[in-house]
Design a protein around this ligand. Structure first.
Ligand code: QAP
Ligand code: CO
Length: 179
């Protein structure tokens, strides 16, 4: 089922999401619906709050070199915790909740992440543990972007004052064109 995507300036996007405690069929159906919604909207990442559910769940499905997005590559990340970060990098980000606007944002270059899968599987951290990701490149950026959603933060809040003003102006224009 495709769910409606909450868009800026909807106040719900500022909400802090709560930890997932039940890894049941209801969660699995919801994650499946998130995936369907993300693909239908041409997205590569989606946090639960973007479809109006304030829970600490996000999905990421990056495209490969051929531009394909195989479902086998889908990452379902529940209750994530960033353990380590390193470096800094810029990338022109977008967001399904801020349609039509893209701007350069600074992020950590690499990070180590601990999270749970849809079954709640999580283990103590050891090198090479399958529930710990060492992410770089676009995956690292996508993880940081989506975890920000869990804290009620949008990428546009990371822009400088002047770029933020430019955004507000452009976004109004984009919104008008849609009507
Ligand atoms: C977050 O973003 C992200 O404006 C995912 O009209 C951003 O999927 C991950 C999208 C940067 C890594 C790097 C945006 C689709 C999709 C739009 C998205 C639009 C249609 C954004
Ligand atoms: Co987003």
């Amino acid at each position: 089922m495709i769910l409606p995507v909450v868009t800026y300036p909807d106040k719900r996007l500022k909400e802090r999401s709560e930890p997932v405690t039940r890894f049941d069929a209801g969660l699995h159906t919801f994650l499946d619906n998130m995936y369907e919604t993300m693909i239908a909207s041409n997205g590569i990442g989606l946090a639960a709050i973007q479809v109006a559910r304030p829970i600490r769940a996000l999905i990421i499905n990056l495209a490969d070199e051929e531009g394909h997005q195989p479902k086998e590559e889908l990452l379902e990340i529940i209750n994530p915790v960033i353990l380590e970060t390193d470096g800094s990098t810029f990338y022109q980000e977008g967001c399904l909740s801020v349609p039509g606007f893209y701007e350069d944002v600074e992020r950590f270059e690499t990070l180590t992440l601990r999270y749970q899968d849809r079954h709640g599987n999580e283990r103590t951290i050891r090198a090479g543990n399958e529930r710990t990701i060492r992410a770089d490149g676009l995956l690292s950026i996508a993880i940081q972007h989506e975890i920000d959603h869990l804290e009620g933060r949008l990428f546009i809040e990371k822009l400088s004052y002047s770029r933020r003003k430019k955004f507000e102006k452009e976004y109004k224009k984009i919104q008008k064109q849609k009507k």
